[in-house]
Design a binder for this molecule. Structure first.
Ligand code: AMP
Ligand code: ZN
Length: 128
């Protein structure tokens, strides 16, 4: 690996918590939440206002405001978010069907400006 790539990789690993961000506070355990699973890059928590019997939030530990703030360097991290969805899906009992939603912008309902996937399951959702 080149030095430049190595430095870029390291920079990607360091997540900078934003003072006013609820999810950053959850990630550094300043705020409590029901943590389902976490690893070095991703945390999954229970949504505080669940809209389905199973409603998790898959959150990168790196503060990224939304999809539009993603950079090329985040490509691997985005893959890890999807692989986490796969891991959660494999643990589901019943049909193993689930829906992933990402809101980008307040006009479509984004209320927390730290990227996250909603992982919804446990009921029929044929309304899309
Ligand atoms: P969005 O509206 O797409 O930005 O989604 C934000 C989600 O975060 C909503 O479904 C909220 O219910 C959820 N939420 C907000 N605060 C918390 C919290 N402290 N713990 C868990 N979930 C939260
Ligand atoms: Zn944040």
């Amino acid at each position: 690996m080149s030095r430049a790539n190595c430095i870029e990789g390291l920079r990607n690993k360091i997540f900078m918590a934003q003072n006013d961000c609820i999810f950053c506070k959850i990630i550094v355990k300043e705020l409590s939440s029901k943590i389902i699973i976490e690893n070095n890059d991703v945390i999954v928590i229970q949504d505080i206002v669940p809209k389905a019997p199973v409603h998790y939030l898959i959150i990168p530990k790196k503060h990224i405001a939304d999809v539009m703030a993603l950079q090329e360097i985040d490509a691997q991290l985005v893959g890890k978010l999807l692989l986490m969805a796969k891991e959660l899906g494999a643990k589901l009992t019943g049909s193993q069907a689930f829906r992933l939603i990402v809101n980008n912008g307040s006009d479509v309902g984004q209320s927390v400006f730290h990227l996250h996937f909603h992982f919804l399951s446990g009921k029929k959702m044929l309304d899309f």
